[in-house]
Write a protein that binds this ligand. Structure first.
Ligand code: ITT
Ligand code: NA
Length: 199
């Protein structure tokens, strides 16, 4: 069965292929880029789950195939959970990972180690063309470095050091990150739901 990956984020796509294959999912995964005529959905939700569902429903309706979507972000305790759902456009330009990371580090420059708790959050949504929907969420807790480190991953990975780790997410191998990440947890939780509802 064809399963639409309702995302255009290259970092997510790479991770999702590995996470879903490792979980034994054998569906044909087709990215949103295979449907250039379908416009990007406006992310008008106020939660990760709402935005993930908006993206999954839009692609399922438009393609007639089941679709899965990821809405995710970095939530910083001392900023009251920001950037949160605004993580992809924190510095103004959607998807400018470097600008987003630089701005966040500048905003936190005066905050010292004990107060730099943060977590990544991911909502994994499945939508069927008939409107059926499910969401599974995952989190990765950690602290924020003052200086970026590491070249793997994407987004805020170079500054998030997971609890119990001495390395940042960008210093972990992709397999190490997927084993503990918000995205790994959420999508490994969604796999049995896909098996049940999609086959
Ligand atoms: P799609 O909507 O097409 O999926 P997007 O990049 O717009 O792509 P989001 O709105 O969910 O997706 O934004 C997610 C942002 O959160 C992303 O730009 C990253 O900066 C950050 N983020 C999410 N997961 C991350 C991870 O595993 N590591 C580092 N940063 C992450
Ligand atoms: Na979003």
């Amino acid at each position: 069965t064809r399963l639409i990956l309702a995302t255009r984020n290259a970092g997510k796509i790479t991770e999702l292929h590995a996470i879903l294959a490792d979980a034994g999912l054998t569906h044909e995964l087709v990215g949103a880029d295979a449907y250039p005529e379908i416009p990007d959905v406006k992310e008008t939700g106020v939660t990760f789950a709402e935005n993930a569902l908006l993206k999954a429903h839009a692609l399922a309706r438009a393609t007639g195939h089941p679709a899965i979507a990821d809405d995710s972000g970095l939530c910083v305790d001392v900023l009251g959970g920001a950037p949160g759902i605004f993580s992809a456009r924190w510095a103004g330009t959607h998807g400018d990972d470097q600008a987003n990371l630089d701005l966040l580090l500048a905003q936190l420059s005066d905050i010292d180690a004990p107060h730099r708790a943060a977590h990544f959050a991911c909502a994994a949504a499945l939508a069927l063309p008939d409107g059926t929907e499910r969401v599974v969420e995952g989190r990765l807790l950690g602290t924020l470095r003052h200086t970026p480190s590491g070249t793997h991953g994407f987004g805020y990975d170079p500054i998030l050091q997971p609890e119990g780790e001495t390395r940042t997410c960008a210093e972990l191998t992709p397999a190490e990150k997927n084993a503990i990440s918000h995205r790994g947890l959420a999508f490994r939780g969604l796999v049995p739901v896909v098996r049940e509802l999609v086959g």
